[in-house]
Design a protein around this ligand. Sequence first.
Ligand SMILES: *Cc1c(COP(=O)(O)O)cnc(C)c1O
Length: 282
Amino acid sequence: MKKDMQRISFVPSKAFRVQIAKMTTASVGPAVLPDEDRIETLCHALGAVRERVDAIGSERQVRLVAVSKLKPASDIYALYEKSGQRHFGENYVQELVEKAAVLPKDIQWHFIGSLQSNKCGLLANIPNLFAVETIDNVKKARRLNEARKAASEGRSGVGKLKVFIQVNTSGEDNKSGASPGEEVLDVAKYITTECEFLELQGLMTIGSIARSHAVAGGESENPDFSTLMKEKHAIESAVPKVGLLELSMGMSEDYEVAIRQGSTNVRVGSTIFGARPPKTSI
Ligand SMILES: *Cc1c(COP(=O)(O)O)cnc(C)c1O
């Protein structure tokens, strides 16, 4: 009991907060080029993924988002400067804000992490945020819409923010996302009718790792990706004024299958940047 009380009343000292801030900044680092070896490794890995993406998705435009979470700003800068990469994905708001501040302003950021209401303001104020891909309920849509409205007041150039609805296609408890069917439809309707500062761009899923492994390298379809495609068609026919929706699906393990199944936005991290450090070391 006493222990709990202490924990609740714990307020970090200023020194502690400064120390934490320094640690986070150190992990992001300045936007300088890394050493030659690192540049070559990164550009080579990105080039290989791009080649696969272009070969499989040749009949349409597929956007390659390089997922740079927990990787230093110098890695991002290398791909920006030496490979012309512009779309990058981040999972943690604080890290994204720090990187956006030090990196070129024409980078197109994707927020792909779980969205907390109290972070909507920070996100909505990033001028070169391309999209938030993880809206999965009405409340988050409302909060982000309000935040974007506030961010645009008295400022020009802060237009509608593109959003994707995250769908839990695999039905796993540990996955975020709206359930296929009614839930997804409700969020889609809410965004298109009530959110003046948001634009529904598409649907996003992560999918089950087990299913992804089961179809890897083979010719069969991933049922999670089929589900997302079905949801897209359902929304396009049921929600007026929605237009054609994009599909954000496919990661390092399964982006090729995802493109074959209609993905327009793949999110590839470790295949480009190498394995990530555990989150706790930030
Ligand atoms: C980390 C992450 C990715 C990239 O995963 P890799 O397997 O490293 O390619 C893609 N999407 C989301 C939502 C992620 O959190």
